[in-house]
Design a protein around this ligand. Sequence first.
Ligand SMILES: Cc1cc2nc3c(=O)[nH]c(=O)nc-3n(C[C@H](O)[C@H](O)[C@H](O)COP(=O)(O)OP(=O)(O)OC[C@H]3O[C@@H](n4cnc5c(N)ncnc54)[C@H](O)[C@@H]3O)c2cc1C
Length: 530
Amino acid sequence: MADSEVLVAGAGHNSLVTAAYLARAGFTVTVLEAEDRIGGDTATDELTIPGFLHDSCSTAHTLLQSSPTITGDELRLGDYGLEYIRPDPVVHIPLPDGSGITMWQDIEQTVAEFAKYSAADAATYRAMLDDYAAAAPGFTKWRYTPIGWGPSLDECLEDVPGGRRWRRIRQRAAADIVMENFEDWRSRAFMMWMALMTMQPPQRTGTGRLAYALAFGRQRHSWVVPKGGSGALPNALGSLIKDHGGTIVTGARVASLILEGGRCVGVRIDSGDEYRASRAVLSTIHIKHLIDMAPEEEWEESFTDGVAGWQAGISMCAAHYATTEAPTFDGGITPLASGTPTSAERVLRVAEDFKRGELALDDPVLLVLCPTVVDPTRAPDGQHTLKIVGVQPYELAAGTEKWDELMPSVARANFEHLGRYAPNITPDIVMAESLKSPLDLERMNAHNWHGSCHGGDMSPDQSGGLRPAPGWAEHRTPIEGLYQTGATTHPGGSVSAGPGRNAAIVMLRDLGSDISAAIAPEHPSTLEYR
Ligand SMILES: Cc1cc2nc3c(=O)[nH]c(=O)nc-3n(C[C@H](O)[C@H](O)[C@H](O)COP(=O)(O)OP(=O)(O)OC[C@H]3O[C@@H](n4cnc5c(N)ncnc54)[C@H](O)[C@@H]3O)c2cc1C
């Protein structure tokens, strides 16, 4: 007998989003998660001391704010406890000469920060954000439409003012756009660091949009975080699924697919237990692992080839601290988010060091997050959770296993580097720490294959119709009844709900239903699909 109509393998936010739409449309779903809690890279864990809630991976839910799931309140996640906090200041970038640039929610205030160094750069910042604001609906429409189910990206851009220009801009490198448009080294450092924030090398062709989009998203939505931690999102989704009759099983690592007559009818987990589905199976298992879960002849060559050539992309390491203080920078500013680019040129070196497998501890490029400055529910009174994220290669020239030995010295260098800008960051404010190298991030979540924070590089050759493999971007797989979502599918990584919602659109149609059956009737979707 089937356990449910739809089985979902893995419980990151994307697969939970799909499961939530399916559950709301009336399908019974069972979700199987390998770890002992749901959420994947959107989990919040007590990594240091009980009562200190650390975001193990993601903290910002900025991209998600433009998803129809949130803008249309399609799943009514507020009813399940999801609430967002928009920090002000948004982010502070201290610079080595004692200066700095702060982004504030009020664009006039941010523009004034650029104007301290260059009136031209201040005007450029405003103009670039206005420019992107006009094009953003085109990009959003494309992101939240399954590949092949609506207009192409070029067609989406055709519908926005000045849209054709973006065909060329997006083929360019973000680094060139930053260097051409900003004259002062401080503005360049700020904008280059921002462009790196989805972990794509800004000097790579095809990243042109990122010179605009990252600053635009944060200026519009702030470094927005869920109250209580990143895990508030999967927890709200989990509650919704259970509320609609679904089941979630944790500690259930899927080991293989059960195929009958070439069709996927269920999965077998590590313990040998089997779970069956009468209608469909949805996987968010990394494609590099999924491919080994069924006999080779069941996959088509185009899929197998695509998976074989898959690249991981830039990786990160994260050090988590329970502290008695939050980082305070010159001028007494205590932001949730800060970063240390040092210079635009230093940011650009990240990709070169990554290619060579070199640890770069000189002036490390950091992203620093201290959510407790806006959300005191995450730690005991007056205390803080601090996360220092560095960009370092998973594959070290000295061998990936070296990470276990090296991570403490990397974390120490990063911590000391932050202390140069925020003098109150000293060892005596640390009550406990938890260090996660790129290798640890993969151990924590198998979907972080080779330390990849987005399931895999978001390069042009792994985007759109090529994600996860040419011809297989529609969330279906070569095995009948088996679907795929998650960061390895369009529109890729980050906390966006895009892959999850797009997979729901495809699955619901294949199951004889429609996404409209899942959407709160008072909030009909504003997007149209074939
Ligand atoms: C350190 C770090 C910081 C980040 N910061 C941000 C940020 O601030 N903002 C942002 O937007 N993005 C950020 N990201 C990226 C973002 O978190 C991810 O791209 C996104 O959460 C991926 O979501 P997902 O649902 O596709 O997959 P995941 O969250 O990776 O979930 C996949 C799930 O599948 C489970 N699974 C895997 N294999 C199996 C199996 N065989 N059986 C059962 N279950 C299995 C995993 O345990 C996991 O729970 C960050 C990533 C990292 C690593």
